[in-house]
Ligand binder design. Sequence first.
Ligand code: FES
Length: 591
Amino acid sequence: MAAGDVDIHPISRSPPSSEPKVARKLNPYSGGYTENRARGGPRAFFHALGISKEDQKKPQVGVVSVAWTGNPCNVHLAGLGETVIKSIQNKDMNAFAAHTVGVSDNLVQLTDMMSYSLPSRDLIADSMEMAICASQYDAGVLIPGCDKNMPAALMAAARYNRPTIIVYGGASYPGQIKEDCPALGYKAGDDINIGTTWESWGGVLKNRITDANYEDILEHACPGAGSCGGLFTANSMATVIEVIGMSLPYSSCTPAISPEKEAECTRIGGVLRNLMEQDIKPLDIMTKQAFVNAITVTNILGGSTNVVLHLLAVARSAGVDLKIEEFQTIASRTPFLGNLSPSGKYTMSDLHKVGGVPAVIKYLLDNTSLLDGSCMTITGKTLAENVAHVPELDFATQDVIRPLHNPVKATGHLSILKGNIAPDGCVAKITGKEGLRFEGTAMVFENEALVLDAVGDGTIVPGTVVVITYRGPVGAPGMPEQLTATAALYGAGLSKVTALITDGRFSGATTGFCIGHVCPEAARGGPIGAVRTGDKIIIDAVNMTIDVVISDDLMASRMGEWKERPLKHTRGVLFRYARDVKDASHGAYTD
Ligand code: FES
């Protein structure tokens, strides 16, 4: 590599071998890109932007947000970005805003457009990488706000590996239902959230709730800007980012619309300057032990199954060796303490009120050996140093987090099951509330909408195992979430007496006996495609198995009948995604 060239794919953990020394002399805090920007054309453009010759020698920071006014999770991100830019300028650096595309999972539920959701993770990561690398920025601030935004920011930071801070847009506050809704067990004034709206839809399908209750829920579930408020995927991944050390303490649970979120943004310039001076890069922070810490806290709190998928992909971007089986190893030694929606009662803003993720980290560091407090973070301090002086969880006054001696469940809720339906693994969220074993009769669908029809006409009965196939990364494509199916089962009063298995995904808002990410997927010849309506299925969350009870000969015979289907798309982003994507047990990544 010639002097002045930039390594734009720094998967290797070793520092670049030929950093531009002249540029470092010009500005010791620059990542080395000043020299590349000091030629004729770029300098003219910076003058066009109103940046003087002297100011052009300052470090340049890319502030890349998933700002988008069509989604409450993203609507406020441009504003947060402006505050971040001012804080960077106040620390004598240049800052430039860029934006990426975004997809709202909630807006695409139950449509074929859900196929765009997971691919958007990789597209956002690609955009962030491109925004920072192509403009030769010395550092980055990434501002995500919705499900796929979050892992994308980690993936991008790992790939370009320049000093970076991730600022989470923050969760919305919960809404409050105005009237009693006995069918769903709500009283007037109870907190509700986006998950409630899909459950109420299931209630409508079965005529269990009134139109007035339904409208009441839709009108009040989402009171303003911010991501979906429970411990769903965006908040689970925000927690992961904070525990890994790539965001400031409290970033994950500070509400979107709060003075504290604004204050977090005003701190970014100083924290980033320190990161640059110390030359602490994402791969110094995103170590294997940091991933283990993040998986541990996900199990402590009860986070989304999507964390498994996303962390496998992030690990790939970071060059960290992480295997799906390690999620089970960590879950088996980690108690489940969170009383957070969807499996529990509270939202992220409630967690914030009782001390947030820092208080949880401190509790675990002080009382267990589950976390490694020596991991470096973006503050330039270790995880343990960050929380050394934060207030402790007060178990006398709060029940958002339960004490270690009285867990929700003695082991973590994320389970990796294997069996003749999923020889390469699948992911279940077993909170204990749905039981540890389910035995039932398969009813096979290839489409979530058909499940809703079957819920509506009463075809799905207690004891049914709903099997939704061809919903994987290649088959659907894009591994769509099956939230409306699970929420409809819940709303119809069937969630405790049925189970659902799919090679697609689940929303972080899903509750009930649900198993997703089945590998290999049906579209790749996986045995889930050989399950037939009427087959007996046994799910055993003690022995971590998932099997269809048929003979090996019958399974082999059915598998022999399988024929590969052509890809659903022949051009565009969904074609490229289905062509390139790896299986879910490796994170469904494309790079
Ligand atoms: Fe954005 Fe739920 S749709 S977090």
